[in-house]
Structures are given as structure tokens and as C-alpha cells.
Ligand binder design. Structure first.
Ligand SMILES: C[S@@+](CC[C@H](N)C(=O)[O-])C[C@H]1O[C@@H](n2cnc3c(N)ncnc32)[C@H](O)[C@@H]1O
Length: 373
């Protein structure tokens, strides 16, 4: 294959944009005829915060959450966005956080070689290997890695005590990178998404990264969970379906739900929030939900201006969750504003955010009376 053909709805993640020498990275074609790559990412366990560009991520913010000192968007005489380009070599700091694929696997398969062509040990405890595709149509975006997955992975690595021994559910896991990182801390990770092809890729990534959790008793189970359905698929004939025991364990044990970059289409975002409500309200214990999102700015015909519609809809859904009064659940929503150290190398743009939702059963009058008497 000489070149990638872009369709109208082809999207390419910024994470993959700067793949060096891309020809060498392709390992095979998947069942849909899409080129498959294996990329390596290094966890920088020991690098100090100041080295990692935290400051670029969490600028001082005003009360309404905007970076303080943020200026109005510059417009030209016609009202078009006036983009000021960064001079090529003006910001040496930025190079440090550029999306960097640290190595490349040649002819590597999921269960393949443990040493790459440069002789580096690919099963070292700080190396994550992820199989993915690039430049997919919109319905296959899960086969690429998105910056939100890295941000959530950074968040997990920065708070090991919070996730130690937890049972975690990931929604819309895509390649599974965040679940793989969560497994370095948690006891059980249910890593979910839709589509057999994607889930198979995700499962291969879990296998590829078992070396990260060798010292721990932890497990990642890849399962189908479609937000547009209204239940767990327990049909044993179907791949990636759930057993009744797993569904029960999920409801009894889960205390953390997470999702990276899943709110980019309003209908899907609605389905995602419905699923979040359905699952969190059926958990035995209170839960904490972490959602990462990238505030993408696009020119829209509806607004005739630059807008971030998907982000605005996400915020609207958060507000609705907060205001919900079903007599049963109580949700609290806050943006994580404290700096998140960067353990993985990618471009930590300031449009990346993590939101925290705490879900609690309401203490009803009846319960209170019962506990007092
Ligand atoms: C932009 S990708 C993010 C993937 C991954 N979390 C990451 O950040 O790299 C959005 C993910 O949502 C998943 N998704 C879309 N519709 C879904 C649905 N109805 N049920 C479950 N997952 C869905 C996609 O398959 C995809 O993996």
C-alpha cells in the first residue's frame, strides 16, 4: 500500500499524526483491509513533574473554568478566525510533549517478538505496546488511540492509591490502552466497547501488555457493552459476552467507572450518559466516574462560527445529571483542576480535560428512620 486514501469521513488521531517512518510501522491488514500498526509508548515512571510539562496542562483558571488571561479569539476584518501560526523553532518546550511514538515494531504480531529492531526489550515494565489502525472512518475511531486515553492513563498513574485493588469498568475503551494502565493498579478491569473486530484488537493489546501486571494479581476482561442496548449481552454464543456471574460481580464490586474521549457525537453522548446512569444506579456501592474529553473547536455552519458543539453537549449532559431528581440517585460533578503529572509522551494540549462524577444512592427518609430506630 503506497498511500492512505482519505474518505470524506476519515479521521486521524493527533497521536498518530507524527508517526515517524510510517511505512515501517504497518504490520498487516485487518479483516476490514485496514493497515494495522503496533506502537510502543514508554511510561516515564521516574521523571519529575516539572520535566513533564504539567504547567502546560493546568494553567491558572478563572471561576468559570477558563484559563485566566485567556484572550478573545482574534478575527480578521470579515470575522474569519485569524490563526497565528507558531514559528517553527520558537518553542523548544513544546517538542518535549509532542506525540512521540518511541519505537516501532517491524513485522511484529500480537504474540510476536519481544525485542525490537533496535534491541530494546519490548516487555520491559515501562513499555506499553498497542496495536491500532490509523486514519479510520468515523465508525472505527476506537481502533486509533486518542489523547484522552493518555490523559486518563496519566491520571491513573498519578493516583495509584485511589485505584489500588479496585474493580473498574471502562466504557468505550477502544484499543484498551487506559484499561491496560488501570490494571497496573486495580484488581479487576472490565474493558468494554462494541464490535468484534475492535474487541479482538483490544484483547490482543491486553495480552501484549501482560508484562506490566506480572507482579500483581489483576485481570482485564474485554467485554461487549453497547450504550445503545439496554442490557448486558449474556448470550454465550456471542463473542465477548458476559456470564451471569460477571454481571453480578460488576454490580457488587465496581467502585470506579472511566471513559476516555467518548463524547464526540451528540446521539452517542446521550446514549453514553443513559448507560452511565443505568449502571451507576444499579451498583451496590457508591461510585466515582472519570471522563476525559478533548474540547475540539470546529467551524460550524449552524453557528457560522468556531464552536465546540460536542463539548457543549457533554457539559449539558453533565448539568442534567447533576439536576436529575429521580428520588434514587444523587450525582456531583466537578472538573479535575489539579495538575496531572505526565507519565506518557503526547501533546498535552490545554483543551484536554478530566471530569469527575460521584454517584451516590440518595438516603431516603425511610432509610434514615430505619437506621435511627
Ligand atoms: C474516540 S474513541 C475513544 C477510544 C479510546 N477510549 C481512546 O481514547 O483511545 C470512542 C470510543 O467509543 C466507542 N463507542 C462508540 N459508540 C459506542 C456504543 N454505542 N457503545 C459502546 N462504545 C461505543 C467507540 O467504539 C470508540 O472505541
Amino acid at each position: 500500500m503506497d498511500k492512505i486514501i482519505f474518505r470524506m469521513d476519515t479521521v486521524l488521531s493527533d497521536v498518530h499524526l507524527l508517526l515517524p517512518n510510517a511505512r515501517h510501522l504497518m504490520t498487516r491488514l485487518n479483516a476490514d483491509g485496514q493497515p494495522v500498526f503496533v506502537s510502543r509508548f514508554r511510561i516515564l515512571w521516574d521523571v519529575e513533574e516539572k520535566e513533564l510539562g504539567c504547567s502546560g496542562f493546568s494553567p491558572e483558571r478563572t471561576e468559570d473554568g477558563r484559563p485566566s488571561g485567556a484572550t478573545e479569539v482574534p478575527l480578521d476584518d470579515d470575522g474569519d478566525l485569524d490563526v497565528v501560526r507558531r514559528p517553527r523553532d520558537a518553542s523548544p518546550d513544546r517538542e518535549r510533549v509532542c506525540p512521540t511514538i518511541l519505537n516501532q515494531a517491524l513485522g511484529d504480531s500480537a504474540d510476536g517478538c519481544e525485542e525490537d529492531e533496535d534491541g530494546e526489550d519490548a516487555t520491559h515494565r515501562d513499555v506499553i505496546r498497542i496495536e491500532h489502525t490509523m486514519a479510520t472512518p468515523l465508525e472505527d475511531v476506537g481502533k486509533q488511540i486518542w489523547r484522552g486515553a493518555f490523559l486518563l492513563a496519566d491520571f491513573i498513574l498519578s493516583r495509584p492509591a485511589e485505584f489500588e485493588g479496585a474493580t473498574v469498568l471502562e466504557l468505550g475503551a477502544g484499543t484498551g490502552l487506559t484499561s491496560v494502565v488501570m490494571a497496573t493498579q486495580a484488581k479487576m478491569v472490565y474493558c468494554t466497547d462494541v464490535g468484534q473486530d475492535l474487541l479482538s484488537m483490544c484483547e490482543r493489546n491486553v495480552t501484549l501488555n501482560q508484562h506490566l501486571t506480572e507482579a500483581k494479581v489483576s485481570e482485564v476482561r474485554v467485554r461487549q457493552l453497547d450504550w445503545t442496548g439496554d442490557d448486558f449481552c449474556t448470550d454465550a454464543e456471542k463473542p465477548f459476552s458476559w456470564t451471569e456471574e460477571e454481571v453480578a460481580e460488576l454490580h457488587n464490586e465496581t467502585s470506579v467507572i472511566m471513559a476516555a474521549d467518548v463524547c464526540y457525537d451528540d446521539d452517542l453522548t446521550d446514549a453514553f450518559f443513559r448507560t452511565l446512569y443505568r449502571i451507576s444506579s444499579n451498583l451496590r456501592n457508591p461510585s466515582t466516574v472519570y471522563v476525559s474529553i478533548e474540547k475540539r473547536l470546529n467551524f460550524t455552519l449552524r453557528e457560522m462560527d468556531v464552536a465546540c458543539e460536542a463539548y457543549n453537549h457533554f457539559r449539558h449532559c453533565l448539568d442534567e445529571l447533576c439536576d436529575m431528581d429521580d428520588g434514587k440517585m444523587e450525582y456531583r460533578v466537578e472538573q479535575v483542576l489539579s495538575p496531572i503529572p505526565q507519565f506518557l509522551q503526547y501533546e498535552r494540549v490545554e483543551q484536554l480535560e478530566v471530569w469527575k462524577i460521584t454517584a451516590n444512592q440518595k438516603i431516603t427518609h425511610k432509610c434514615l428512620t430505619a437506621s435511627v430506630s
